[in-house]
Design a protein. Structure first.
Length: 693
């Protein structure tokens, strides 16, 4: 059925995908017209992937991609992996609400802009028949599933020459002064003329039936292999040059059809040996050979996966796109509230962008056109731009522009503007490649903007859950500092609080809920509220932790919490502490070194309903400073925790006590990995300034 559909529509490549049992993966079951080395990366496709066969399943409709430039707009990852001109149609296989998979056909780029009615009929009938077969197999208790390797079909030749004609054709080719080689889709040599064998430096017997790359290993080169892939996928005549190990330069012309490639090999005569190139570069991007540019863009794609925010995406694009195409400036615009907003730029002065930021979406500009239609626009010079937009104002003093759609799964999220200080005629290859890169940027920007939004929400929630202002208690100076983890963490569970008990006493608390997510933050809010309620009711530190522990167990949470609670009596100049698996507090008496208060450590909260939390009493004289902190201030991999706490006590000893803010800065500055923290840090400093009694 696949071969019949391909032959009826003139397609040269096709594949059928079946949906795996889990429903999130498409497995290639059958293919036609693709070499094995091209098939391998496409045998497993996620339903969420940005490729036509996956989009057909998600949208349950025919996906038609007329050109490589359109592929670059809508499916940039696929366009980058197959940077060759072709048209494609993918259709879902389903019966009613039951999805079975999808299938795809590819045509040369010369295909008409739209599918013809008879082609649509063939595709529709094939969808119906394939889906019916899959439904019938499932109803019979033997549902069809993709095999480990896709089945490979071939388009049978329309006519088979008789032996006499074949013998005559062989004689004709051997008499030519140019070499002739026939390859199947896998690169196996099915025919080689004597002249070709001579040019390749071997014999017909050594070439016949062998892979070209094995028979002539010096042709295993990225440029030549790229030309072969371009010929097979794009079905266009292409050529390249390569140097034989003996120094000769050979010209290869590749003539493809759905069954394979015919190579025409001719020697190249140079006026001077020094003029002989090792290879004639394949068509490249921005003046670079295709292999060099392709490596650069793959490097960019890999780098974009690590970008966490919009600023990083802009910097990566500036590093990997602008130098390749010799662009001098870039700006990213998105639609917000009916206006175009500039969310990032590189190479532009702020004064230049100011008039453009906030323009109404109804304004007639290239950026608006791209945002509305998803079609890229290229202007080789100012005259071309003015021809389409007579009212345009020359803000940036640039000479050429590319306006590229930022598209994610058919949703246009913005426009990327690249500007050049010299007139720049954009080749068809440059247009397609720039559009592909804009698609990759769009996906990274979409993730980055989501990350930025989540980060703002997380920090807002963290601020809401932590106390807005600590109570003022006569004779007690307090400084609290909170520093969130720097990367890869939404929100932490660190918390602190100061509870006024009466005119001369207070309870200081610090803790850490396991985890770095919204669940940890919500539990942190519950723990802090419970501690506050029990402490304000007059319970002792040990009883407060005991009651809070039972609450956590009743909540049946999988998260545990460490907590340190200290009652401070400023009149009696004492403290009473209880500890639930938290790092010990530090106390620096006046004019003395800081010391570690070894509070007996009970179990973490939320483990044992019968856990007990013994208390420890210690002096808290006027002038003394008490430091409570979370493990992010001291704990790092492969570092002894006791040693780290001792170091922190040393820093507290040598800190200047004129201002408590300076003390907190000193301790945070000496925290390990201050610039790149994997954990949050909470710090609570309390100094007994005078005896209120």
């Amino acid at each position: 059925m696949l071969t019949q559909a391909a032959r009826s529509t003139g397609a040269h490549i096709g594949a059928i995908y079946l949906l795996a049992d889990e429903g999130d993966l498409l497995l290639m079951d059958t293919e036609i017209g693709l070499p094995a080395q091209i098939v391998k990366p496409w045998t497993r496709v996620r339903v969420s992937a940005g490729v036509p066969v996956a989009a057909a399943v998600r949208q349950r409709q025919l996906i038609w991609v007329q050109s490589h430039q359109e592929m670059a707009c809508r499916f940039p990852g696929a366009a980058l992996a197959l940077p060759y001109p072709f048209a494609a149609a993918a259709a879902p296989l389903h019966t009613g609400s039951r999805l079975w998979g999808s299938w795809v056909l590819l045509w040369p780029a010369s295909h008409a802009y739209e599918l013809a009615p008879d082609e649509l009929d063939v595709i529709s009938r094939a969808c119906h028949e394939l889906s019916a077969l899959l439904q019938q197999a499932a109803d019979g208790g033997q549902p069809l599933r993709a095999a480990g390797e896709p089945r490979v079909l071939t388009l049978a030749p329309t006519q088979v020459p008789d032996p006499q004609h074949a013998f005559a054709a062989s004689g004709y080719l051997n008499r030519l002064r140019e070499g002739c080689v026939a390859l199947d889709l896998e690169g196996l040599i099915t025919f080689v003329s004597a002249t070709a064998a001579d040019l390749l430096g071997t014999s017909v017997a050594d070439l016949q039936g062998k892979p070209l790359w094995e028979a002539a290993a010096w042709l295993r080169d990225p440029v030549f292999e790229d030309r072969c892939r371009a010929a097979v996928v794009g079905q266009q005549i292409t050529s390249c040059r390569a140097r034989h190990p003996d120094g000769r330069t050979l010209q290869f012309q590749l003539y493809p059809d759905p069954s394979g490639i015919s190579l025409r090999i001719t020697p190249v005569v140079m006026d001077h040996p020094a003029q002989q190139p090792t290879h004639e570069p394949a068509a490249g991007f921005g003046g670079l050979p295709r292999a060099d540019a392709f490596y650069n863009f793959l490097h960019m794609a890999a780098a974009l996966t690590r970008a966490l925010n919009v600023r990083e995406v802009i910097e990566l694009a500036a590093d990997h796109v602008m130098p390749v195409f010799k662009a001098q400036a870039m700006a990213i615009l998105v639609a917000e509230g009916g206006r175009m907003r500039i969310i990032g730029s590189h190479g532009y002065d702020p004064e230049v962008l100011a008039p453009l930021d906030g323009l109404a979406l109804t304004s007639l500009t290239p950026a608006e056109h791209v945002l509305r239609t998803g079609e890229p626009m290229f202007f080789a010079n100012w005259s071309e731009l003015r021809q389409i937009y007579p009212a345009a104002v020359h803000y940036d003093q640039m000479a050429a522009w590319a306006f590229l759609p930022l598209t994610v799964f058919d949703d246009i999220v913005g426009t990327c503007v690249l500007a050049f200080d010299q007139p720049h005629p954009f080749t068809a290859q440059e247009r397609a490649t720039l559009t592909t890169l804009a698609g990759l940027m769009a996906q990274a920007l979409d993730r980055a903007r989501l990350y930025d939004t989540k980060e703002r929400l997380a920090h807002s929630l963290q601020t809401t859950l932590l106390p807005h202002r600590l109570p003022e208690i006569p004779g007690l100076e307090v400084v609290a500092r909170y520093m969130p983890a720097t990367r890869g963490v939404d929100i932490g569970g660190d918390f602190y609080d100061l509870i006024r008990l009466n005119a001369t006493s207070a309870a200081a608390v610090i803790g850490d809920v396991q985890g770095h997510n919204m669940t940890a933050a919500a539990l942190m809010g519950q723990v802090r509220t419970a501690i506050h309620a029990h402490a304000a009711a007059g319970a002792s530190p040990g009883d407060v932790l005991k009651h809070t522990n039972r609450l956590l167990i009743d909540l049946d949470t999988d998260l545990f919490t460490s907590c340190l609670l200290i009652h401070l009596d400023l009149q009696l100049r004492t403290l009473c502490a209880a500890n639930a698996g938290h790092p010990p507090p530090l106390l620096r008496p006046p004019n003395m070194p800081a010391e570690i208060i070894e509070v007996p450590a009970g179990l973490l909260l939320g483990i044992d309903p019968d856990a007990q939390y013994p208390t420890l009493q210690a002096p808290f004289p006027p002038g003394a400073v008490l430091a409570l902190y979370t493990d992010g201030l001291v704990e790092t991999p492969r570092t002894d925790l006791d040693h780290a706490i001792a170091n922190l006590a040393g820093h507290l000893t040598h800190a200047s006590f004129e201002h408590l803010d300076q003390v907190s800065g000193t301790l945070l500055d000496h925290a390990p990995h201050t610039t790149q923290r994997a954990d949050d840090i909470a710090l609570l400093l309390l100094q007994h300034r005078a005896n209120p009694g």
